[in-house]
Design a protein around this ligand. Structure first.
Ligand SMILES: NC(=O)c1ccc[n+]([C@@H]2O[C@H](COP(=O)([O-])OP(=O)(O)OC[C@H]3O[C@@H](n4cnc5c(N)ncnc54)[C@H](O)[C@@H]3O)[C@@H](O)[C@H]2O)c1
Length: 476
């Protein structure tokens, strides 16, 4: 038995019946003043399980008001499956349809999954046929390749459905614009899938740490990255290949292109759009501004141009005029080395926040600069953990410290853990908004601002120049 397995064996159980592992215990110990927030994850899990039990027996007295929402999934590929797994944990949803052009594979898998859960679902190849036949649908969750988002979202909105549409909102600004207009004109909700906007850790940082406590002081620089190791192109089982005429009907030239659409101009936006949009969205959100200028360097430095049209490496610098003053933000994405993964880092004159969606690598670190006022109040309130006590080095191993060297800042943790799948809170926010119990965390206008911010990087790479944004560019 490994150490971890032994720890789990001996560990206490959470109210949800899941055993606490060593990581949970260490985290709890390092966040003792913040037990209120650690307990948040438990309470949330318990709440979710209670909701599920209650919705399974709706006749029970005191069951919450969970008016049923009829849902279709449009695009049942890798991300469609991830969203479906999250949605299956949300009470009150009735799945009615799955639309996917890969009938023999992805569509079949999603339909079979839903039938196992006793949903009476129909499979469709053409989304227009689905909209014609499924009159009772309330909401459509779109997870098709980026170049399909605008036609799919616009037609669903026009048919009177609420839409959750994956990022990137669209691979073109015209497409993204048409989505904002369709949402406005239809009066239906359009949530864009920048799921960090509903992540409890990001919300805690935005509202409590940056907003109320102003722990970082004035943010002057930002940096972030998504580094991904070299990986093979995505394949497919030969016997389930889509016939050429169907591929063509939906805008794909070959099965290889259909599977690796992200790398092709006209279908996706390359890694800077695919990966960067998540994080650059957070730059705008946390800085409280859209950028004024961008410069970028990028190219196809490594991959085969026959199968990769977009840049595999991009480094971009944004210049912001924020309400607090000027700020500069660097972002890099590369696909030849996965070192240090993905994170965003906000640096102010009083502290630094390093944050990521990844629970494993960057669950939220805060460094208090030595010149900043004490954070005791925020530790007491449970907003941040107590500072990590630096271990003393064994005698004889101390290095000689130059007195002019700056002293390391204190390290604190952001004591918020998400135990649900990453996309669940954002989907819950969407369905709660349909029920009138919340407002969207990433409505069309916000998604549009991010699309303008991100798509300009590809233009700047092409132009080899610093490009400016006009403030009116961000508005529809
Ligand atoms: N929010 C996130 O963290 C996140 C993560 C991954 C992907 N995504 C986004 O999700 C979307 C899908 O990405 P993916 O990785 O699942 O791609 P994928 O290629 O695995 O899946 C796309 C699916 O859409 C289907 N499809 C293609 N054109 C269609 C059409 N016209 N009508 C119906 N179905 C069609 C395909 O058959 C396939 O099953 C993209 O927009 C991507 O950017 C978001």
């Amino acid at each position: 038995m490994s150490d971890d397995e032994k720890d789990r064996e001996a560990a206490p159980e959470t109210p949800a019946g899941r055993k606490l592992d060593r990581r949970d215990v260490l985290l709890a110990l390092s966040t003792v003043p913040a037990l209120g927030l650690f307990g948040y994850a438990w309470r949330r899990q318990r709440g979710y399980e209670e909701m599920q039990r209650e919705s399974a027996s709706p006749a029970k007295a005191g069951a919450p008001d969970l008016s049923e929402i009829n849902v279709a999934l449009l695009g049942a590929g890798a991300q469609g499956q991830v969203l479906l797994d999250s949605m299956l944990r949300i009470p009150g949803l009735r799945f009615r349809a799955v639309c996917d052009i890969w009938k023999e594979y992805n569509q079949k898998r999603a339909v079979n999954t839903l039938r196992k859960y006793k949903f009476d679902v129909h499979g469709y190849e053409d989304y227009r046929e689905m909209l014609d036949k499924e009159k009772d649908l309330d909401a459509v969750v779109v997870a098709t390749p980026d170049f399909w988002h605008a036609p799919h979202a616009v037609d669903c909105l026009k048919a009177g459905k609420h839409v959750y549409c994956e990022k990137e909102m669209s691979n073109t600004l015209e497409g993204a614009r048409s989505m904002v207009i369709a949402a406005r004109e239809s009066g239906k909700l359009l949530q864009i899938g920048h799921q960090r906007r509903s992540h409890p850790r990001y919300l805690h940082c935005y509202k409590k740490l940056l907003g109320e406590a102003r722990l970082l002081g004035r943010i002057v620089t930002v940096n972030g990255q998504w580094n991904r190791a070299v990986g093979p192109d995505i394949g497919f089982p030969e016997r389930y290949a889509i016939p050429a005429d169907r591929l063509k009907r939906y805008g794909f030239k070959t099965m290889e292109q259909f599977r690796n659409w992200r790398w092709y101009k006209g279908l996706g936006g390359g890694p800077i759009v695919d990966l960067g949009s998540h994080q650059i969205d957070i730059y705008n959100w946390f800085l409280g501004a859209a950028p004024a200028h961008v410069m970028a360097s990028g190219g196809l430095d490594y991959h085969d141009p026959k199968t990769h049209e977009w840049y595999d490496t991009v480094m971009a610098v944004y210049e912001y005029e924020t309400p607090a003053g000027s700020a500069r933000a660097y972002y890099q994405t590369q696909t030849t080395n996965g070192s240090q993964g993905y994170f965003e880092s906000f640096m102010g004159d009083q502290g630094t926040l390093v944050i990521s969606e990844s629970e494993a690598n960057y669950p939220g670190f805060l460094y208090r600069d030595p010149n900043a006022p004490a954070w005791d109040e925020w530790v007491r309130k449970g907003y941040v953990s107590a500072p990590k006590v630096l271990e003393a080095k064994p005698e004889g191993e101390e290095s000689t410290l130059d007195v002019r060297e700056s002293v390391s800042p204190d390290l604190h943790r952001v004591p918020v853990v998400l135990r649900d799948p990453y996309h669940q809170p954002h989907l819950e926010n969407f369905f709660d908004s349909i029920r009138g119990k919340a407002t969207l965390n990433c409505p069309a206008e916000v998604g549009y601002e991010t699309a303008v911010t991100v798509l300009k990087v590809n233009e700047a790479v092409e132009a080899k120049q610093r490009l400016s944004f006009r403030p009116e560019e961000f508005k529809v």
